[in-house]
Design a protein around this ligand. Structure first.
Ligand code: UDP
Length: 382
């Protein structure tokens, strides 16, 4: 039995890795081991339980953890010990966190091949977001298998890796996450009927402080100047985010400040929304999938595909600019038809494609590898 180990630690990673875990567990000749680093302990376990996925190992790195050095050291030593114990054929990481890079580096030093899910995203600025952009590039430099969500990501990888070996265009597993979550049961937010709903999220480290207050003030002005608008803000647990939200929205009508939501509930809320205002990477993709316009409150985004399709607008972090962009978008909304969510079948499921590529990689039968290489050929990337 070939063993595949997945390592991740944050909520957004869990949302995008769980659909892949579900697919890998269906494959009989692979044993799938799930290791969490314990970074976002509560958010992570909520997200995983939404998908009914349980971790096999928890590195618990957040005890006495003070920043990037501790995350790096603790993840590397924890993953090193686990690899020695479990002896996986392949280690799979996702995205751009420091724990993903540290786990990948530990595997690389132990000569265990690494697969990178959501490979090839780039902002073009090596220092922004910091250190995530570097983390992404470094994981792609050492990974044997890069699973790219979009054609732009494939192009970035071909350029940086000097060719297409190990590069696969698979699509984004977030599509599967949204499909699975919208099929789950839970509140349908019918109480929001009759209003235009804005879902708000904000948490990014680089926005904390004055930028965050400005972003939230822009949201408040939108609500106050549009009597038919309600906003829901599931607040990130970070105390700095909560303090800013309570200060800025004090006395504001028609806003609900809530605890973080279970992923299924959150996706149903997004699906009901007229507009999303966020600085999150994952939420902008989910909005784009659901056909809900997204105002991105960030200075740059690595999600070029979403931005290009016109319904994801990078408004920056300046209060007046966000207010202006969001107001004009709200005015447009009533006349704009909503895009439909793209259908995924089990054949087109990105998680299923990645699971088959992984099976092919660890069992070395090469069949699926050929199939997806041909897909890429057809798209003239190789
Ligand atoms: N999310 C959730 N509940 C919430 C808010 C967000 O489950 O109350 C999910 C959301 O669907 C997305 C992910 O959390 O998949 C995004 O996480 P976050 O914004 O923390 O991180 P980022 O995407 O910016 O890395």
């Amino acid at each position: 039995m070939k063993k595949v180990m997945l390592v991740f630690g944050t909520r957004p990673e869990a949302v995008k890795m769980c659909p892949l875990i579900i697919e890998l567990k269906k494959i009989k000749d692979i044993e799938t081991t799930v290791c969490v680093t314990g970074q976002h302990a509560e958010l992570l376990s909520d997200a995983m339980s939404d998908f009914s996925v349980k971790p096999d190992h928890d590195l618990g790195i957040m005890a006495d953890c003070r920043g990037l050095f501790d995350i790096t050291e603790k993840t590397m030593s924890g993953v090193r010990a686990l690899i020695s114990e479990e002896r996986p054929e392949l280690l799979v990481v996702h995205g751009d966190t420091t724990s993903a890079l540290s786990a990948a580096l530990a595997a690389f030093y132990l000569s265990v091949p690494v697969a990178h899910v959501e490979a090839g995203l780039r902002t073009g600025d090596p220092l922004s977001p910091f250190p995530e952009e570097f983390n992404r590039r470094a994981i792609d430099a050492l990974a044997s298998y890069c699973f790219a969500p979009t054609e732009e990501c494939v192009e970035n990888l071909l350029r940086e890796r000097g060719g297409g070996k190990g590069v696969y265009l698979t699509g984004n597993t977030v599509i599967d996450a949204v499909r699975i979550m919208l099929g789950s049961s839970g509140p349908d937010f019918a109480g929001l009927d009759g209003y235009r709903t804005i879902t708000v999220t904000a948490h990014r480290r680089e926005n904390l402080g004055r930028k965050m207050e400005g972003m939230l003030r822009a949201v408040r002005r939108i609500i106050e100047n549009n009597g038919d608008v309600r906003a829901v803000f599931p607040m990130h647990p970070n105390p700095a985010v909560r303090a800013a939200a309570r200060r800025v929205f004090d006395g504001c009508p028609r806003i609900s400040l809530t605890e973080p939501m279970h992923t299924g509930d959150f996706h149903r809320l997004l699906a009901r929304s007229s507009l999303i205002m966020t600085d999150s990477g994952g939420v902008q993709e989910e909005g784009a999938i659901l056909g809900v316009p997204v105002i991105v409150m960030r200075d740059s985004t690595e999600r070029i595909k979403e931005e290009k399709n016109g319904d994801v607008i990078v408004a920056g972090t300046d209060e007046d600019e966000i207010y202006k962009v969001a107001s004009s978008y709200l005015a447009l909304l009533s006349s704009k038809a909503r895009r439909k969510m793209p259908e995924t079948t089990s054949d087109s499921s990105p998680s299923r494609k990645i699971a088959e590529l992984i099976r092919s990689a660890v069992t070395c039968d090469g069949k699926n590898e050929k199939k997806y290489t041909q897909d890429i050929d057809n798209l003239k990337f190789m």
